[in-house]
Every structure is written in C-alpha cells, then in structure tokens.
Design a protein around this ligand. Structure first.
Ligand SMILES: Cc1ncc(COP(=O)(O)O)c(C=O)c1O
Length: 383
C-alpha cells in the first residue's frame, strides 16, 4: 500500500474562510473597503502597532515603503543576499541599490557584516526575519541609530513570531512588511501589510497604494451626508489595493494565528528531537530571546552539497515526500551578477547545504516521523 504524498506546505484554511468570502461576494463590495479597514485595525492591534496598511503583496509593501521614505536613485540599502529575491528586488523597484551583507549561524543578518557595508550612500538597513526567525533587531536598531540610517523589517515570513517577548510588527524599525502568500503562516491568497508607528508614513502609504488619491473609495461612499466628494490625485501612485475578499480571509486567519503557530512549533520540536545529534543533519537555531513561527523548517546537510543534495531530494520524492533544496542567494542570480559583492561565506554555505522540509498544520507527528526516517536513510545512502 503506497503512503499518501507529503507536500512541502499546505495552507490551513476551512469553512470559516469560505463563509467569509461568500459574505463579501454577496455584499456587492469586492475591492478595498470595510473588510480591508477592519483587517488593518485587527492586525495592528494583534502586533501592537499604531497603524497597519494593507497592500497586494510584501514585495509591494517593501517597494512602497522605500518610496514613502524617500529612498531612491543614488541610495543604497543593506540587505541579506540569503533571502527570497523579492527582498533585493523591492529595493531596485524603488530605484535604489541593494548592498548584500552576510548572515550569521541563525541565517539572519550578521550585524558586523552590515556595519562593514555602511558607506556614504547607505540610507537604510533591510532586515529579513528568515523563514520566521526574528533578526537581531535591537543590535540592528542601535547600529542604524548610530549611523542615522532607517531600519525596515522584511517580515514576509514572520506573522506570529516574536522578539524579546514582542510580536514582530510592533515597530522596532520604521516599518515592518508582511506577506500573506499561501506559503506563509497567515494567508489571504496573495497580500501584504505594512505596520508602523508613524502616522505620516501610514497616510503616504495609503495614498501611494491608491493612485495618489486624496480620498479612499470607502470615504467617498461612506460620507453620503457630506454630499459628493471630488477626489484629487496628489502624486503618482500605484494600484496596490488588497480586496475585501482577501481581507475577509485574513480576518479569519488572524483569529487562527496563535493556534497555527503553536502547532508549527510542536512539529518543529518533533523534527528537532528526531535529528538531535545527527551526524549530517543540523537543525535550525532559535536563540532564547526569540520565537520563530517556523514558517519553514530548514536543516543543513553538513558536507552534502550539489549532486549529493539533489540525490537526497530525489530519493525523498520517490517516497512521495517533497523537499526544497536550500535557501536562495540573490547575488548568484542573473539580475545581480554584476552587483559588486564582498565575500559572503555563510550565505554561500547555507545556499549550498540547506534543505527545506515539509511543515504544515495537518502534517502531524506521524508525518514528521515519516520524513525524518526517509531523510536519515537518504543521507546515509548519499554517502
Ligand atoms: C523574505 C521574503 N521577502 C519578500 C517576499 C515576497 O512576498 P510576496 O510574495 O508577498 O511579494 C517573500 C516571499 O516569499 C519572502 O520570503
């Protein structure tokens, strides 16, 4: 009897999300409206931020944040290369230049490497909370303050994570940007959110996401008593509106978030126990002052790179288990081939040796055990 396939990830959505979507469809208001406003308020309250601005994706959230902060041509932003390519792309979208710093053993920015990259054109540090593990925020904030730089958080993967007891999204830097792609812990299909303590920044972001308009659609329709209100277009913006359909899903997902994170942490602990003291498989680090939501579970295959890692991935596929080789390094991709980059030894190591294992709400202890057994065997076979 063949065992069921184990995918790499699976969104946790159900009847409540279905009902919420149906209610929006019946309401006649589909795009950014009351549900988006409600989702923003609930998300801001959940993380402890004064403002939350919903947009179409985290890439857009980062891009608009840089524009709103006045970061553009001639400016440099320091970020990790070891991240999904959207991190670096968002800087380029704003017209600025990414400067790649190395990571430490947690896979997050190494503060000393960031400091070594600071130059006269540096305007900001973009810290990624890699696969949900918060970056060393206090040290990065101290560094940013000392050099009069802005600190922006790429919190794409980090809804439900916390740093020194505070939820990610409670502003440490000037803004934190989230993704709600289905591979993320909280999903709206596609979507993004910016949280900030800065009311002016939030207002500018609201304008930029809606073609530079002075009024939102909701304001124009809500204030019927005030008579017809003519909008103005105060600057050139974008269409980065989240829909009410997405926000309705997001509201349900936000209620589920603590339970989803608890389950993911239990599954991560089970992987940790299965691989403790393993000769080849090294489990991810989680310093005592931070909690990861384990958006992904990434192990390192010590000394098993290239063809050996591919053999392991394919061997697991034969067992119907999906894994993904490595975290990507943007500096090795064609668009950044000409970017002058100092040596990034830890980035290269993680890029070569890391392997993403399946982790999703319904995986269960049995699933973890099956993956762990198959991976152990595949490593031994790969030599
Ligand atoms: C670290 C990081 N930043 C940015 C993004 C982009 O998010 P989105 O797909 O919502 O644009 C991702 C998506 O995987 C990511 O992992």
């Amino acid at each position: 009897m063949s065992l069921p396939p184990i995918p790499i990830a699976k969104p946790y959505v159900g009847a409540e999300e279905e009902a919420a979507v149906a209610a929006v469809l019946r309401s006649g208001w589909l795009t950014q409206g009351a549900r988006v406003a409600e989702f923003e308020t609930a998300f801001a309250a959940h993380v402890g931020a004064a403002h939350a601005v919903a947009v179409t994706s985290c890439t857009t959230a980062l891009h608009l944040t840089f524009v709103a902060l006045g970061i553009g041509p001639g400016d440099e932003v320091i970020c990790p290369s070891l991240s999904f390519i959207a991190t670096a792309n968002s800087i380029v979208h704003a017209g600025a230049t990414p400067v790649f710093a190395d990571v430490d053993e947690t896979m997050n920015l190494a503060v000393a490497s960031v400091e070594a990259r600071i130059g006269p054109r540096t305007k900001a540090i973009l810290a990624v909370h890699q696969v949900g593990l918060p970056a060393e925020l206090d040290q990065l904030r101290e560094l940013a303050n000392r050099h009069k730089l802005l600190l922006v958080e790429d919190a794409a993967c980090a809804a439900g994570s916390s740093y020194r007891g505070n939820p990610i999204g409670r502003p440490v830097g000037v803004a934190a940007c989230f993704s709600f792609h289905p591979r993320k812990v909280l999903t709206t299909g596609e979507g993004g959110m910016i949280t900030t303590a800065d009311a002016q920044l939030a207002a500018r972001l609201r304008r930029l996401r809606q073609h530079g308009m002075s009024l939102s659609d909701l304001d124009r329709h809500r204030n019927v008593a005030a008579g017809y209100q003519r909008e103005q277009y105060l600057e050139i913006g974008w269409n980065a509106r989240m829909t009410d359909i997405q926000a309705a899903v997001g509201l349900v997902q936000l209620g589920r978030l603590p339970g989803i994170v608890t389950r993911r942490r239990e599954l991560a602990s089970a992987y940790g126990r299965a691989f403790s003291d393993h000769a080849i498989i090294a489990t991810p680090l989680e310093p005592a002052d931070r909690q990861s939501n384990y958006q992904s579970y990434v192990v390192q295959l010590r000394g098993h790179t290239g063809a050996q890692r591919d053999r392991i991935v394919n061997r697991l596929l034969e067992e119907q288990i999906a894994t993904r080789p490595g975290l990507m390094a943007a500096h090795l991709q064609p668009p950044y081939a000409k970017t002058v980059t100092a040596a990034l030894p830890m980035t290269d190591r993680f890029g070569d040796e890391s392997l993403m294992l399946p982790l999703y709400h319904e995986l269960g202890a049995d699933g973890v055990e099956r993956v762990a057994r198959a991976l152990d065997l595949a490593c031994r076979e790969a030599g």
